[in-house]
Design a protein around this ligand. Sequence first.
Ligand code: GLN
Ligand code: ZN
Length: 759
Amino acid sequence: MHTSVVGFPRVGRLRELKFATEKYFRKEITAAELEQTAKNIRVQQWNLQKEKEVDYIPSNDFSFYDGVLDTAVLFQIVPKCYTQLGLSPLDTYFAMARGYQGEKGDVKALAMKKWFNTNYHYIVPELEDDTEIRLTGTKPFDEYLEAKAEGIETKPVVVGPFTLLKLTKYLGEKKAADFAEPLITAYRELLAKFNEIGAKWIQFDEPALVRDLTDADLSLFAGLYDGILPAKGTVNVLLQTYFGDIRDGYEQIVGLDFDGIGLDFIEGKETLKLLQTYGFPKGKRLFAGVVNGKNIWRNRYEQTLSTLKSGYAEEVVISTSCSLLHVPYTLANESKLPEEVKQHFAFAEEKLEELAQLKVLSEAKDATKQAAYQKNVQLFEKRRNAEDVDVKKRVSAIQEEDFTRLPAFEERESIQKKTFQLPKFPTTTIGSFPQTADVKAKRAEWKKGKITEEAYKAFNRQKIADCIALQEEIGLDVLVHGEYERNDMVEYFGAHLDGYLFTEKAWVQSYGTRCVKPPVIWGDIKRSEPITVEWSVYAQSLTKKPMKGMLTGPVTILNWSFPREDISLKESAYQIALAIRDDVLDLEANGIRIIQVDEAALREKLPLRKSDWYSEYLDWAIKAFRLVHSGVKPETQIHTHMCYSEFTDIIPAIDDMDADVITFEASRSDLQILDALQEHHFKTEVGPGVYDIHSPRVPSVQEIVTALEKMAEKVDPDKLWVNPDCGLKTRGTKETKPSLVNLVQAAVQFRESHSGEKL
Ligand code: GLN
Ligand code: ZN
């Protein structure tokens, strides 16, 4: 048997690429220096994979920013506004990725979207009607030859034409199919060039195949490859799919003239069934994605070997389920986790070892006699020490009625209107205020033990007091404490929950130079003591206005962590929900009357197939949220907040969360979501963000009034709130105050003009 890696992380073991790129952005190093760092990373990783005897080592999986953007640039899919800047190729590329503002002009970045069901973001290519698709780039060839010069034969990886067309945004009249012909020509040239330079295999990534496919999609796919594959010459073509199975077109897809087909056995629930039902074409290689590219737990050899031995294909290649981009580099960087814990984990480099061991085991006469196998079996037999009987009992005791808050929404709404007596179009913010340098510095000092806990708390109390004074001066209606004590909305809660583990350097690329360090759900989750109560109560004591309690919701906490694999996501979500519920009830008992439970990442893990939306996810995700707040009194107002307004398609589910108020990001999506809210008779009160906090621009009063006017056309004015579109923690103080002053001013004007009320 052979082994294959779909793709390797690329930011560098210690994020060397990130730091070099940021230095380049700040003009502290030259392009040549940046290129050198990149080359070092590539060469080091190829050598590592070679050492681990990977047979199909990827190249061109490296990227300075994003692989979809690389592919667009390769085929000259570059909007004119970027080429017109007259920058170097590298700078044009970065201008597309992050915008450009300077002496040569002022252009915004291309849009960025979540890469399927991951927390990685890709850059959305744009096609204009007159875009001429042509193979003009050389990156895949350069990197293939670069590896070859090191004595390493690689399998170049390129995003496939179908996925590229599906992810592209069409600015003119033309649609995907209209670009098929030039794209076929360009991919044929790509194959011809690889023939010329002697590549043996090339991998086309087509994750778009695991989504729901229409007949038109399938014929587009078949048309593309019927056109492209005849040009392959002596190069073998691997069709690589991942993040699910290809049930909608399996027979047709595997019947095309590919030499290898990569299928995902981890997230592809029906992959085995498809093989059972339809078999696998003779003469082709099955690249079996059995080593999870998305999670960090050790592979279970017993199960994997039985999958590999199921005998559907003559030639099976043991592969990762998707690119290893989604896991951290190596456990070698973790000096604080005990060995006992670490033995359960496999990051990218350890996964290479797993591939190697699986190769040996699958060739062994009796794998069960091998030491590596036995060690693995023992690992899974061992109970983890973080099991908690009480938590398990509490989850199994949950009753259906625990998911329902009473009385029903309408009754609560009128009770709350009387209780709070807020003006029409109440103003508020999403929670955090600027995390200025002093805030970060104090936290760092405290973490290093340079100042006492009490000194750190005193500092934060002063920050809160200032923040409240500022909000009162500005005239906001519902106040927040500012979240100064939090570094990150998930990590902060994870650190206060039993069952969570933290890593030191386990960074995963989120987009471009941005990485996240997701915590690990290691055991059963329990809140050992109140998390937010002290801060919120202190903040409320400083003002007569309502102070919002501020919590992160269970689904977001779960989605931004590495989840367990030994219990279901639903079970973990309910465990977290119970912990957060306890904090909600403690806040209420301590006089906090408005409580916001953020579900910024709820949309993120929505299954890729519509048919799975409810059964696989929303059913428990919505319930987990409801469990958090079902125990509060009718007069306690529950808010939630979501980022990315791309939830137009799940509006009924969001209403079903049964919050009293939801604020969300809307300012960048032209308020389209309002139509959907209107259409679905959305009952929850709403605060669609009136300005974009991702930019330092100060919105004018008039601009905000205009946004509010649009909103009030679609949303019942009695349900409309006025707020920015996300937390302010990444903003500076300089723009924050004038922006909020204008926001309040706009609300006041709008109230007057809207109701004739004089205030
Ligand atoms: N309450 C959080 C904040 O204001 C919400 C952050 C988010 O939605 N990403 O920072
Ligand atoms: Zn947000």
